[in-house]
Design a protein around this ligand. Structure first.
Ligand code: SAM
Length: 318
């Protein structure tokens, strides 16, 4: 029997904003589609259908545990498929450097249901497990290293900027105190430390009291923002003229990166606003297809609560 991390779950294949992604990416027969965040292949199944038997589907994921999902997708897909393990920023940069083109590129950011629902991956505050949170289990730094080795100042900064945690300093200080007694090894230990560090009313406020710190650690451990910052220009380079890219994000930090990138590429010129005429000569390279981020409908959120915070932006290469 496969270990539980390798067993597909019934809930794994619920792609977020799937109809909207499909409409915006407008995949055509013969296209090359790059799915930068394959996960359990929910979007892949939908988008590969639009290839109607012609074209290729390139799947990327830094988590090798998605392989059984890819194999199953590949068996059912009527087009050429390929899986590349690694950080999408590295893989897409490599493709772009080698002159490979794509007609559609999708980023569905963050963690998958598969990663969240496997307690042993250490992403969830709801289950006791080793403090891990690495999307790529071979990566050097896990949440355990970060929590036990980063300075209190660094932890405060991480909780504040990636989690918008109000009690960032108090939580970092408490971690410092507890880890001097014994290392923080598990998610349950960390949850207890967070609860003890914040004022009592905040423990019963909106959402789980550990939610923001867990989000912040996950973003830091996996350098999620850095990966997106590097991947977007590489994706633009890889896109063929008329090709489209779409980004689904689940928190404002990622959404801001996508929004700014799209805006600046659509604007082109980088001259200061008080320049009477353009001196840089930079032409617009994208046309934004989503003036405002697309949000899931109430119906989708009711059926899949994890979709609630999703925001989708898309653009076409000029
Ligand atoms: C939200 S899930 C994608 C779900 C997928 N669209 C589906 O419908 O099943 C995000 C996936 O992207 C992967 N991922 C996140 N950041 C990545 C990165 N920088 N490089 C490669 N894969 C990444 C995660 O391991 C996870 O499997």
């Amino acid at each position: 029997m496969l270990p539980s991390v390798l067993q597909p779950n019934a809930t794994d294949h619920v792609p977020v904003l799937a109809d909207e992604v499909r409409r915006l990416l407008d995949v055509q027969p013969g296209d090359t589609v790059v799915d930068a965040t394959f996960g359990s292949g929910g979007h892949a199944t939908v988008l590969a259908e639009d290839l109607r038997g012609e074209g290729r589907y390139v799947a990327i994921d830094r988590d090798p545990n998605v392989m059984p999902y890819f194999e199953s997708f590949s068996r059912g897909a009527a087009v050429k498929t390929r899986f590349l393990a690694g950080d999408f920023a590295d893989v897409i940069e490599r493709f772009a450097d080698n002159g490979r083109g794509a007609d559609a590129i999708l980023f569905d950011l963050g963690v998958s249901s598969m990663q969240l629902d496997r307690p042993e991956r250490g992403f969830s505050y709801a289950a006791d497990a080793p403090l891990d949170m690495r999307m790529d289990p071979s990566a050097e730094m896990s949440a355990r290293e970060l929590v036990n080795e980063a300075s209190e100042r660094e932890l405060t900064e991480i909780f504040r900027s990636y989690g918008e945690e109000r009690y960032a300093r108090q939580i970092a200080k408490r971690i410092g105190r507890e880890r001097r007694k014994q290392p923080v090894e598990t998610t349950a230990q960390l949850v207890e430390i967070i609860k003890a560090a914040i004022p009592t009313p905040a423990r019963f406020g909106e959402g789980h009291p550990a939610r923001r710190v867990f989000q912040a650690l996950r973003i830091a451990v996996n350098d999620e923002l850095g990966a997106l910052e590097s991947a977007l220009p590489a994706a633009l380079e890889m896109l063929r003229p008329g090709g489209r890219m779409a980004v689904i994000s689940f928190h404002s930090l990622e959404d801001r990166i996508a929004k700014r990138f799209f805006r600046s590429e659509e604007h082109g010129c980088t001259c200061p606003p008080d320049f009477p005429v353009c001196a840089c000569g930079r032409e617009p390279s994208l046309r934004v297809l989503t003036r405002r981020a697309v949000r899931p409908t109430a119906r989708e959120t009711a059926a899949n609560p994890r979709a609630a915070s999703a925001r989708l932006r898309a653009a076409v290469k000029a």
